[in-house]
Design a protein around this ligand. Sequence first.
Ligand code: GCB
Length: 611
Amino acid sequence: MRRLSRALALLVLLLAPSAFAQAVLTGADMRPAQSLDGAWHWSVDPYRDGKAGFHGGMPGESSRRWSDIIQADALEQNPRARYEFDMQRSPVTHLPGSWIGHAAEMRYYQGLVWYQRTFDARKPAAGTRMFLRFGAADYTTDVYLNGKSVGSHKGGFTPFVFDVTELLRDGSNQITISVDSARTDDDVPPPVTDWETYGGITRSVTLVTVPETFVDDAWVRLGRDGRIHADVRLYGHQAQNRDLAVRIPALGLTLSGKTDSSGSWTSSAPAPGMLKRWSPEVPTLYDVRIESGTDLLQDRIGFRTIETRGTQILLNGKPVFLRGISMHEEELGKDPVRAITPAAARALLTEIKQGLNGNFVRLAHYPHSEVMTRMADELGLIVWSEVPVYWRVNWNNPATLASARQQLRENIVRDRNRASIALWSVANETPIGDARNAFLRTLIADVRAIDDSRLVTAALLSKREGKVMRIDDPLVADLDVMAINTYNGWYSQDPLAELPSFEWRSPANKPLIFSEFGADAQAGYNDAAADPHKFSEEFQAEYYRQTLAMAAKVPSLAGLSPWLLKDFRSPRRQHPVFQQGWNRKGLISETGARKQAFFVLAEEYRKRAGH
Ligand code: GCB
């Protein structure tokens, strides 16, 4: 009996969320860490041979190839062994960055690629843990350390960590990673999108050291009730009933207490009168320290409120019009590899903030790098953050829903401390239907459960009846902000001059954002005719003038994020003259040349900003 209850107690301990759940390491990019970015060997594996069994059979039947790849010292141990993968003699590339940049023949490659490097480390000291942390890898990732599998992850845009405390050794360590970019109809996003996949390891890989029990997740924010709230969760064997404190030294504020039996703690205090609220005009950030035992997690956090009143969006209690633009995660240049450095993020966001007089950016169509959202905090841009539930997702498959929910959670948990983020979007242009509605309602409920301090939206489609545009998607009832993508005059034959006479109708008393509108133009292609050709700068500029005139007549309009800042790679855009693999709806070219429409939007935003 005693034995049984002891076994039960052990089981309860093992299952306690703090000891058992997967760690998330929120704010890991602010922790001291060893960077594993830099030189890596890589090898393409189009038949997934390294994963397959004998004669291409099921993996695991015989893992000969797989073990060839991950055993660095195998040849030293047996010089007569036959190895066909030899990662140590494979070519070297620089990570992070998509394999599109590794070699010319990798441009349209979809499949499996192996990566390997060695690094020096020390076995973790007693009382510490070490995690391998990936900012993102697209799409299915398997990780092996010193010949052992440490875990896998699906989803191309969110961070993940593995506890490698037991596997690290003193001296040289070998890490091997397989990344498979192929997706099926059951994945999120599905295989066909209007953007480049950028397979590979696109964000930083780090080795993070923390105490055995550490601050795994901390969320500190200003509530609509005027109080500073903190939610903290510890991870580790001593996570329960443990002292912790959240300090904001510049405000003289300390919240302190003890975690509960699940390792969690929540507290709040009135916001001090001296608090300077974050806004695009004055993006004030505060140093915040979260302390527990020997652990210290530091962050830079802004405090502001965001809510709606009727058709208005209120920032810090005052109506704000979102003067925005959409963008993809793609750096400027002729051959982007989706490697977003602080300099790349600053260059793009400064073009919005200063060039366009903007205060808002839609980070489409998936979670962008944390480098980008931190830069938005710093520069003062309100952010729309999105998960890749795009076009035709398999609404009926529970595994697809699970993947969307996982990506949504990983995104929100990573970025809940970013003051810039005002809107979580759960989908883009998804066809109305019962299964889709139920799927998206689950995501909306998840957002509200994980973060009730922000607004929920989704980019929807309207219904056209002559010149009346109706917003009658049943999902509107579940959202805080309606958002519509509209392309009259580009994907329809409507003369541009008629756009202002379109009338927008919606039964809902909610704010509306035009989350997309746009027209392709090739920078430098000019057509001075009265009725300019599509793809000319003049057509795009006139399209913007007329669409903005239409927008000005929509009373519930609370913001705009036209499609989009910069031309971006899209394999489905193959017009031989104008596109050549690029979607040309950018207001700037891939190298940053401003098109005429850029100045049309900049002028509109200058007026709306009241400058
Ligand atoms: C859309 C999509 C976006 C496309 C864009 C286009 O509605 O949301 O991903 O790139 O249209 O250019 O057609």
